[in-house]
Ligand binder design. Structure first.
Ligand code: FAD
Length: 407
């Protein structure tokens, strides 16, 4: 039987994350939306508190850093057949923190998307060496967005180092994180299999931040352009295997997305729930109360709209849970991760905007956060692979087509 309740062991984590979202993130939400490019210094204390909780081993709230997928796929004898592990825990924590403020979550120290990349492909030695570092992730380039196989940044062997050369754009936390996980090719003629990820620590000569973007939403989060000029990175900072395995194609680095896409879906689920919760409150104040026991067609139009959006939200939530649960249980989840991200990204974009509409001028004005959530939600349908790219991936998997056959 499938039990759709949050497992008891994780319920405390959800409560903790919700408390943090309410007490720490919400009160500074508007401040850093208006003060784009200012570093939210309040987060340093929060990050330190999260480190402390993690170190004490008391479970806990964390944004990213779900571990490597359990490779085996089958439960070993003596182990429980089903596990609810770090992927599910991270996702649930992230939903709550995004309910608080997704822009602030994206700039929470030591919780970058690069941390998930490290968790997905690093060796145990590397996981240990980079523990405690805040890592951003740099894939996108001026000539390479959705088609990540088109990466031009190069990594050339030079003694015990690689020399990295290229430009990375739209790097979330790129000017703030301690390190940047840079995707680069060892040999452009070898195609996707030659693309590897490298941890470039802040302060490495040859790494510069050349600009920071002004954005529609998630303004608390910095988005930087990074230039790499003969940037010398130790060989042991190449994540995973240095071998070019043309038959495995993108497999190594792409595993990052299997980890991060369910998390971005979780962010979308969190932002959308924030909008739904506040809209329900505002409608109730105006005398429109949703009745879950009566047919939709007997209720006011606004209540019916809320019910329809809640159903859409639930579908996205369950898809995100499934993708994370599969990762915890060693089941390949690329298609489910893309399904979750496609559904949640579109749902959050539509739901947050519809909530603005339902609340009229109240929803549009800055007294409320509804207009901000509508702006924040849009990126969740763009980064880590756009809506269209997720649909393409799902179609390829369902139809058994390669990326060359269906593009
Ligand atoms: C605020 C922000 C933060 C970001 N953070 C990061 C980060 O931390 N790290 C990072 O590496 N990148 C980051 N990005 C970049 C983001 O991942 C890319 O913008 C995204 O992958 C899309 O690439 P693109 O912008 O080049 O659009 P394009 O790839 O040029 O796509 C443009 C449009 O065409 C559509 N399209 C493209 N190919 C197809 C196809 N085959 N079929 C159908 N439609 C298609 C796309 O869906 C899109 O609608 C960030 C972007 C933003 C705006």
């Amino acid at each position: 039987m499938i039990n759709l309740e949050v497992p008891g062991r994780l319920r405390r984590l959800v409560e903790q994350a919700h408390t943090v979202a309410t007490a720490v993130l919400r009160p500074i939400s508007r401040k850093y939306d208006l003060a784009e490019h200012s570093y939210p210094k309040e987060l340093d204390m929060l990050a330190a508190a999260l480190d402390g909780v993690r170190a004490s081993g008391r479970g806990a709230v964390q944004a990213t850093g779900a571990g490597k997928m359990h490779q085996n796929g089958t439960a070993r004898s003596g182990e429980a057949a089903v596990r609810n592990g770090s992927h599910l825990a991270t996702l649930l924590g992230m939903i709550e923190l995004s309910w608080g403020d997704v822009g602030l979550l994206l700039t929470l120290p030591r919780q970058g998307l690069g941390n998930s990349a490290i968790a997905a492909v690093a060796t145990p030695e590397q996981v240990e060496r980079f523990a405690g570092k805040w890592a951003a992730m740099a894939i996108t380039e001026p000539d390479c967005g959705s088609d990540s196989a088109a990466i031009r940044t190069t990594a050339s062997p030079d003694g015990d180092h690689y020399l990295l050369n290229g430009e990375k754009i739209f790097v979330t936390a790129g000017s703030r994180a301690d390190a940047i996980v840079v995707w680069a090719t060892l040999d452009r003629t070898e195609g996707r299999g030659a693309i590897k990820s490298f941890v470039v620590e802040r302060g490495t000569p040859g790494l510069t931040v050349s600009r920071r973007e002004d954005k529609l939403g998630i303004r608390a989060s910095d988005t930087a352009t990074i230039v790499l000029r003969d940037c010398r990175v130790p060989k042991e900072n190449l994540l995973g295997s240095p071998l070019i395995e043309t038959d495995r194609g993108f497999a190594g680095v792409m595993q990052t997305f299997d980890n991060t896409r369910p998390l971005v879906a979780g962010m979308a689920v969190g932002v959308a729930r924030a909008a739904l919760d506040r809209t329900a409150e505002l409608l109730a104040e105006a005398g429109v109360v949703v009745d879950h026991d009566r047919p939709v067609h007997t209720q006011p139009a606004a209540a019916a709209a809320l019910l329809a959006m809640t159903a859409d939200w639930e579908a996205a939530y369950l898809l995100a849970l499934r993708a994370a649960w599969m990762a915890d249980n060693g089941r390949p989840n690329s298609m489910q991760a893309s399904m979750a991200k496609a559904k949640a990204g579109r749902m959050a974009t539509e739901v947050t905007l519809r909530c603005v509409e339902l609340c009229g001028s109240v929803g549009y004005a800055e007294h409320e956060l509804l207009e901000k959530w509508a702006r924040d939600a849009k990126i969740l349908d763009i980064f880590e692979g756009t809506q269209q790219i997720q649909q393409l991936i799902v179609a390829r998997r369902l139809l058994g087509k390669t990326s060359a056959e269906l593009r």
